[in-house]
Write a protein that binds this ligand. Structure first.
Ligand code: PNS
Length: 170
């Protein structure tokens, strides 16, 4: 029996930590659906379409890996796509409490769905999309933390917002 896993998240933007986890998941499961949440409370830097485009580009050629979006409950999406596993990454102990809460709540909602926690490579254990955005917005280098495509997209975003700010201060 083929095992299909869903790897959900905001991916705003995708980091090398996410990619590391996708690669590890693809080795364990037959199929991995990377699922970008559409209706998040957070105000994203990148639109859903931009995130889909970047993710598709960086996972291109990886066997069994696909990228899509979802709305509503994750457990409903898992049922729709016939996934039996949810993959989540745990970087440090601080991630555990929130992840445990989510995993147990998802189990309550859908008892047959298992959450599997994977650890990214040590080098990415302190990496987050939030920090990547902050560093790049303040002019720091995020090379080696995100794929080269994302480095370029971040630069474009910040140039755009600088131009908008300049226009408003004129
Ligand atoms: O990358 P993130 O922001 O940590 O991902 C969080 C995500 C998308 C996995 C989580 O917010 C989620 O599953 N949202 C979908 C709505 C849902 O099912 N909520 C109940 C979770 S117990």
């Amino acid at each position: 029996m083929k095992i299909r896993a869903v790897y959900p998240g905001t991916f705003d933007p995708v980091t090398n930590g996410h990619l590391d986890l996708i690669e590890r998941s693809a080795k364990i499961f037959d199929e991995v659906i990377v699922a970008i949440l559409r209706n998040t409370d957070k105000i994203p830097l990148f639109t859903v379409q931009e995130r889909v485009r970047m993710l598709k580009e960086v996972v291109r050629g990886q066997k069994g890996v696909s990228v899509t979006t979802f709305g509503g409950l994750l457990v409903d999406f898992a049922v729709q796509t016939k996934a039996s596993v949810i993959v989540r990454g745990i970087r440090a102990v601080s991630d555990y409490e929130y992840e445990l809460q989510m995993a147990l709540m998802n189990r309550r909602l859908s008892p047959h769905l298992e959450t599997v926690f994977l650890m990214p490579a040590e080098a990415y254990s302190y990496l987050s999309s939030r920090l990547v955005k902050e560093i790049s917005q303040l002019g720091g280098s995020v090379r080696g933390l995100v794929p080269p495509l994302v480095v370029r997209e971040l630069q474009k975003k910040h140039q755009q917002s600088m131009r908008i700010r300049e226009k408003h201060t004129k």
